[in-house]
Design a protein around this ligand. Structure first.
Ligand code: AMP
Ligand code: MG
Length: 477
C-alpha cells in the first residue's frame, strides 16, 4: 500500500496492556461506498497517497495498515452522563484503529472509528452510526477547526448500506462508518473507570502514559507532584476549549465525562448546534431538559468534569494540591475568554481590563440586538476592529449598528489594532454574508443527500468553510 514516506505507526495505547482495552472485530458491511476522504488531514499522517480502493479497504473494512497488527481496540471507560455515573460505557460503536506520528511535529495522533460495529460495550446498541450523524460530524469538525477550536478531524466517511432504526431520525435511516483523526482518546472517564475499581496502580500508569505522550514538558516532575501537574495542564486545555467554543458560538450538547479527553480537544459530536443568536440558555440536545449543557453553562459543566478527574487523582496524590489546581480554573477560564473574543474580532490583545470590557461589550450588544444580530455576522462585520467600519456600515446590518449599546461596543473596540490586517484583503471578507453553520442549513445539506443522493451541497459548504479557515487564519496546527 503506497503510504507516504512520512507514514509512521506507533501503537502506544496498546502497550498499556489488556486492562485498558479489548480487541474487537469490525462489522462486515454490505456496502462500502466512499463519501468523503479528507486528504488535507490525511497528509498529516502520510495517508493521502492511498488509492480510493486502498482507502476503502482501510477505513471501510479496517484491514491493517502497513506494519500494524491485525487488531483493533475498543477502549474501556466509564463516565458521568448528565452527572449520573455510568459504569457501562466504553467504546460501544468504535475502536482505536491505529496511532500514527504526525509528519513534521512527531505528535502522536489516533485513528478512531465511529459506527464500526458492536463491541463488549455496546449494551443494547447496534454499534452503528447513521449517515446523517456522520455528515453532521464532518460539518462540525470542519467549521470548528476553521474557527480556531481544538477539535478532532473527520478523516473518512464511508456509507455502509444498512438500514438503521433511530428515535431521533426518520427511520429506517442510512448507515455509515466514520474515522476521525484525534490527538487522544484517553478520556476523563478512562481514569474514572480505574478509580471505580480502586486501581491506583493503573491510574499511576495512565498518568505516566499521558505525561510521556501528551505533556512531555512535565516528564521531569517528581512522581508525587505529577498528578497535580497533569491536572493543571489538563485544566488549562479545558479552559481554552470552553472559551473557544464560546467564541465560536458553539454548543457541544453532551458534555459528559466520557466525551472529554486529556488533550482538551473537542470530539464526539452528537446533537451539537451553533447559536443562531446569543442566548446563554440555548441547548443543543433535545433530551437536555434541565439545560445542564446550555451554551452559557459549558464552563460550569467542564469544571464539574474536571472535579471528577481530580477525584480520581486523589487515589494517587494528596488532595490539597489538586484542590488548588481546581481553584485556578476560574482565572484560566477568564483569561481564555478574553483571548477568545479578541481572536474572533481579529484584533491584537491589549490589557486585561480592556480585553474584559471588550468581551462584555460584545456580549451586551449581541444580547440586546437579539435575533436582529446573529452571532457570526457581528464577528464578520467587525473583524479587524474599526478597520472594518466602512465595510460594516455598508453591509446589511448597518441599521443594527446604532444606539447606546452599539456605541459602547464601538468605543471598546476603537483602541484595538487589527491583528494581521492583511487578512482583511482575503476574498472572504468581500462576501456579502459570513459563513455560518445554523441548523436549517445543516438540515438542507442533509435533505439533498437524503432525497437525491446529491452530495454537491455538502462539498460546496466544505469549500466555503475552507475559504473562511484561510481568511481567519486561526486554525490550530
Ligand atoms: P456518546 O453519546 O456517543 O458519547 O455515547 C455514549 C455511550 O454509548 C458510549 O459508550 C458509546 O459507545 C455508546 N453508544 C452510542 N451509540 C451506540 C450504538 N449505536 N451502539 C452501541 N453503543 C453506542
Ligand atoms: Mg462519547
Amino acid at each position: 500500500m503506497p503510504v507516504a514516506a512520512d507514514f509512521r505507526l506507533d501503537n502506544r495505547f496498546r502497550a498499556l496492556g489488556p486492562e485498558f482495552a479489548d480487541p474487537v472485530e469490525p462489522a462486515g458491511f454490505p456496502e462500502t461506498n466512499l463519501r468523503f476522504r479528507n486528504d488535507r488531514i490525511a497528509r498529516r499522517v502520510g495517508l493521502d497517497t492511498l488509492t480510493d480502493a486502498e482507502w476503502v479497504a482501510t477505513f471501510g473494512r479496517f484491514e491493517p495498515l502497513p506494519g500494524a497488527p491485525d487488531e483493533r481496540l475498543a477502549m474501556r471507560y466509564h463516565g458521568h452522563q448528565f452527572q449520573v455515573y455510568n459504569p457501562e460505557l466504553g467504546d460501544g460503536r468504535g475502536f482505536l484503529f491505529a496511532q500514527l506520528r504526525e509528519a513534521g511535529t512527531g505528535r502522536l495522533l489516533d485513528l478512531g472509528t465511529k459506527g464500526s460495529g458492536q463491541t463488549p460495550w455496546s449494551r443494547s446498541g447496534d454499534g452503528r452510526l447513521t449517515l446523517k450523524g456522520g455528515v453532521r460530524e464532518i460539518l462540525a469538525t470542519e467549521m470548528l477547526e476553521a474557527l480556531g477550536v481544538p477539535t478532532s478531524k473527520s478523516l473518512s466517511l464511508i456509507e455502509t448500506g444498512e438500514k438503521l432504526a433511530r428515535g431521533d431520525e426518520p427511520s429506517p435511516t442510512r448507515s455509515a462508518v466514520l474515522t476521525r483523526l484525534s490527538w487522544s482518546h484517553v478520556r476523563f472517564g478512562t481514569f474514572q473507570r480505574l478509580a471505580y475499581f480502586d486501581r491506583a496502580d493503573l491510574i499511576g500508569q495512565l498518568i505516566d502514559h499521558v505525561v510521556e505522550l501528551y505533556y512531555p514538558e512535565l516528564a521531569d516532575t517528581d512522581a508525587k507532584d505529577r498528578p497535580a501537574a497533569l491536572l493543571r495542564a489538563v485544566t488549562a486545555r479545558a479552559a481554552q476549549l470552553v472559551a473557544r467554543w464560546t467564541g465560536a458560538g458553539f454548543v457541544h450538547g453532551v458534555l459528559n465525562t466520557d466525551n472529554m479527553n486529556v488533550t482538551g480537544e473537542s470530539f464526539d459530536y452528537g446533537p451539537w448546534r451553533f447559536l443562531p443568536h446569543y442566548d446563554p440558555s440555548f441547548t443543543a440536545a433535545y433530551f437536555d431538559h434541565a439545560g445542564l449543557y446550555a451554551f452559557g453553562r459549558q464552563g460550569e459543566a467542564v469544571f464539574w468534569n474536571l472535579r471528577q478527574l481530580a477525584a480520581c487523582f486523589t487515589l494517587v496524590a494528596e488532595t490539597d494540591p489538586l484542590v488548588e489546581v481546581l481553584n485556578g480554573f476560574g482565572e484560566l477560564y477568564q483569561a481564555e475568554m478574553r483571548a477568545a473574543f479578541v481572536r474572533r474580532l481579529g484584533v491584537s490583545p491589549r490589557d486585561e481590563a480592556a480585553d474584559t470590557a471588550l468581551g462584555t461589550a460584545t456580549l451586551k450588544l449581541l444580547s440586546e440586538a437579539g435575533d436582529a444580530l446573529r452571532w457570526e455576522p457581528l464577528f464578520f462585520d467587525w473583524f479587524g476592529g474599526v478597520a472594518s467600519e466602512a465595510r460594516a456600515m455598508a453591509g446589511p446590518r448597518a441599521g443594527v449598528y446604532a444606539g447606546a449599546t452599539f456605541d459602547a461596543f464601538r468605543a471598546a473596540l476603537a483602541p484595538y489594532a487589527p491583528d494581521r490586517p492583511e487578512r482583511l484583503t482575503h476574498a472572504y471578507f468581500q462576501r456579502p454574508e459570513p459563513e455560518e453553520m445554523l441548523i436549517d442549513e445543516v438540515e438542507a445539506i442533509w435533505a439533498e443527500i437524503d432525497a437525491r443522493d446529491d452530495w454537491s451541497a455538502l462539498h460546496a459548504k466544505l469549500a466555503r468553510i475552507g475559504e473562511a479557515r484561510e481568511a481567519w487564519g486561526i486554525a490550530l496546527p
